[in-house]
Design a protein around this ligand. Structure first.
Ligand SMILES: [Zn+2]
Length: 397
């Protein structure tokens, strides 16, 4: 029995490892060579309208089956399903016994090629997934958390059929660069022979709903894995002819200088609830943004009136492009004086000014960071989510 304190500590350790690892820039995406023309075509047809053009294969929902299909739109049922699992020999990772045997066979085959695969994470219970998901949500907010972590009841890890693998020296552990490590290359090429498929491929994020995860493999059994591979489908979603995840569909493009109300919203004479109400804008209306913003409030025009509304109840906010009044010009020294910057990609914060330093955490794209000092060989000292570290100036604006 672990005391609560021990539990907390071990969780924190696991989390920090997962955390520094889970998020990596999707971009700059080197163009992935297309495998074969036919698969290109079928995938494109799918993305247009999978339901109509593809004779859908039967989707297995029984979580006890090896071919169970699980994603954001197809949660486990029952959602707290717990399989019988075994410890993968020589590890403390647990899987269903079928997946564990297949994994062990794969590890032996890789070893013959001089590649040592390490099991990083296997079965996760509903409760454990809930801890992880809540943790990410606290740090990154729900929208980003859902791209890197499954909502409890929707994780393939809960089936006991998914495993995250790594190198023995943890190189690029749970990071996109894992793909270019010995284990990453080996499993990409060979895992299907043992019944495992790479579940969240690069370039398919909008279909799978997850960031590229070259380490996450799903056991399907050898015959289904073979059928999947031969189909040329790039995702299990495409293979089954089901639509991609709705939750990552980018918000519909809004015109510059507009936003939409997400509630009946008071327009006030100034930025703050202490100001007089001019009118109430109904929920779902489009308002015009003047470009002025003040502590979370936006100046808007609606129904020929101009006033201020709380940004909390605005969505699809698209500031007008002429909002340059107090935006720093593209001059490095000024950016520093502004004492804050925005990330232009998912960006690693490191312990020093260079990629040879340890990753502390990854700051999601589009987040504001505080710049705490001056630039050193292209890197800035920054603060984000209560942590201090260094970030490359290339991805700061
Ligand atoms: Zn995984």
């Amino acid at each position: 029995m672990k005391s609560p304190r021990m539990l907390r500590l071990s969780l924190a350790t696991t989390l920090s490892v997962a955390l520094m690892a889970t998020l990596m820039p999707l971009a700059p995406a080197s163009a992935t060579p297309s495998i074969a023309a036919p698969s290109e075509i079928s995938t494109q047809a799918l993305s247009v309208d999978s339901a109509v053009h593809i004779a859908a294969r039967k989707i297995q929902r029984d979580p006890s089956r090896t071919d169970v299909f699980v994603n954001k739109s197809y949660p486990l049922s029952p959602k707290k399903y717990a399989p019988k699992t075994v410890a993968v020999p020589g590890t403390n990772v647990r899987l269903k016994s079928s997946a564990s045997s297949a994994y062990t066979t794969m590890v032996k085959a890789a070893a013959k090629d001089g590649v040592k695969i390490r099991a990083v994470s296997g079965y996760r219970s509903y409760a454990r997934q809930a801890e992880l998901y809540n943790y990410y949500t606290r740090i990154y907010g729900q929208s980003y958390a859902s791209k890197i972590s499954a909502v409890p009841g929707t994780s393939e890890h809960q089936t006991g059929l998914a495993i995250d693998v790594g190198n023995n020296n943890s190189a690029c552990g749970l990071q996109a660069c894992f793909a270019d490590t010995p284990v990453g290359r080996w499993v990409a090429k060979n895992a299907h022979k043992y019944g495992f498929i790479l579940r969240y491929p690069k370039g398919q994020e909008s279909i799978t709903g997850y960031s590229y995860e070259p380490w996450h493999f799903r056991y399907l059994g050898t015959s289904l894995a073979k059928s999947y591979k031969n189909s040329g489908a790039k995702t299990l979603e495409a293979y089954y002819g089901v639509a991609g995840s709705k939750s990552t569909t980018p918000p519909s493009k809004s015109a510059k200088g507009t936003a939409k109300t997400s509630a009946n919203l008071n327009m006030r004479s100034g930025a703050g609830t202490g100001n007089r109400i001019l009118l109430t804008i109904p929920n779902g209306k489009t308002v015009k943004l003047t470009g002025s913003k003040n502590s979370g409030w936006y100046q808007v025009q609606y129904s020929s009136k101009t006033g201020w509304v709380s940004g909390k109840y605005l969505k699809n906010i698209s500031m007008p492009s002429n909002t340059s009044k107090d935006t720093p010009k593209k001059d490095d020294s000024k950016t520093i004086k502004a004492k804050s910057a925005k990330t232009t990609e998912n960006l690693n914060m490191r312990s020093g000014n260079g990629t040879n330093h340890r990753i502390i955490l990854t700051i999601p794209k589009g987040k504001k960071v505080s710049v705490t000092g001056s630039k050193k060989s292209g890197w800035y000292p920054v603060k984000y989510a209560g942590k201090n570290g260094w970030a490359s100036g290339k991805y700061l604006r």
